[in-house]
Design a protein around this ligand. Structure first.
Ligand code: TYM
Length: 332
């Protein structure tokens, strides 16, 4: 009874290899939510253009994310997997919403400030209007819920503001979406710098675990992860960010609460704890990696999935876009 289900839309940018942060903060929830909701999961390749990369890289990254989605457990029979650029409605609504978004509100976006300081030689207008395109992604599908990590919260807030502004001007058009930000794991931190989020683009060695890392790489990175001198496995984000971060990762994978983990490792040292964390990650990623490698060698299957998914997404998105065109007075 699909028509009764609430709608989910979320996406991941087509930029390089995904991290354990993407997996824990977003992907795992995408998978969990697919039975209960009508889900649309997209590969945000238009967003990826805001940072320079070669065409080959962008194409390959897009395929990698499709393979990642399926390998992580998103079932194309249940959820719609699609590519943003194959559904032209995204770019079209993005433009319209640009005209209902203020420079002032966009300049307050922390991600814009962050990214412009990292790419000082390429602060393009796309980087600035990035959240508007994202608002369009969400609003086209009438999404009730958007599962994301903590770093996307501000983008969800601006999406709600834009939708509300439009609805006030033209009458009820957009559903106001709710973010779904998990209690644990919404902000996985770097292993070397646990005060800043784990990121695909970190330049610090051993700071990031990638989903394609080998067991040896994972063990080495976890062993080297920064902890503290207290020697007690205890959750305290402020004073023990490194240990708390490892606990979050372990908790999500093992489906355990922080107090359970504290009990489990009572009287044990960091060495033992780290070994278990590494083991949990390796065990979690092994089936994922096997499937991922198999899928990347089966391009025809990937193409079938994203072609069918994008067609379905386009049908849904078009209805919203046409309503918007009519409401604002555009002739189509
Ligand atoms: P992106 O590609 O940067 O990240 C994808 C998802 O992973 C989450 N995430 C994390 N969660 C926990 N800890 C971390 N260290 C961590 N790093 C990343 C992100 O919060 C995100 O949920 N703008 C989006 C892509 C996007 C989108 C959308 C998302 C485009 N359109 C519409 C939702 C709805 C982005 O850049 O995510």
């Amino acid at each position: 009874m699909n028509y009764m289900k609430k709608v989910i839309l979320s996406g991941i940018q087509a930029t390089g290899n995904l991290t354990l942060g993407n997996y824990v903060g977003a992907l795992k929830n995408f998978v969990k939510m697919q039975d209960e909701y009508e889900c649309y999961y997209m590969i945000a390749n238009l967003h990826a253009l805001t940072v320079r990369r070669t065409p080959e890289e962008l194409r390959e990254n897009t395929m990698k994310i499709i393979a990642t989605y399926i390998s992580a457990g998103i079932d194309p029979e249940k959820s719609t997997i699609f590519i943003q650029s194959m559904v032209p409605d995204h770019a079209e609504l993005g433009w319209i919403l640009d005209c209902y978004t203020y420079m002032g509100e966009l300049s307050r976006m922390t991600q814009f400030k962050d990214k412009s300081s990292k790419h000082a030689d390429n602060i393009n207008a796309g980087l600035f209007t990035y959240p508007v395109l994202m608002a369009g992604d969400i609003l086209l599908y009438g999404a009730d819920v958007v599962p994301v990590g903590e770093d996307q919260k501000q983008h969800l807030e601006i999406t709600r503001d834009i939708a509300d502004r439009f609805n006030k001007l033209y009458g009820d058009t957009f559903k106001i979406p709710e973010p779904f930000i998990p209690k644990t794991g919404a902000r996985i931190m770097g292993l070397q710098n646990p005060n800043s989020k784990m990121s695909k683009s970190s330049t610090i060695p051993n700071d990031t675990i990638f989903l394609v890392d080998t067991p040896d790489e994972i063990t080495k990175k976890i062993k080297k992860a920064i902890t503290d001198s207290e020697g007690i496995i205890r959750y305290d984000e402020e004073n023990k960010p490194g240990v708390s971060n490892l606990m979050s990762i372990y908790g999500i994978i093992k489906n355990k609460q922080m107090d359970e983990i504290e009990k489990e490792f009572e009287g044990k040292n960091y060495g033992v704890f780290k070994e278990e964390v590494a083991k949990a990650i390796i065990e979690e990623l092994e089936p994922f990696q096997n499937k991922y490698n198999e899928l990347l060698n089966n391009r025809d299957y990937l193409e079938k999935i994203y072609t069918e998914g994008s067609k379905k997404a386009h049908e849904k998105a078009r209805t919203t876009l046409e309503e918007v065109y009519k409401k604002v007075g555009l002739i189509i």
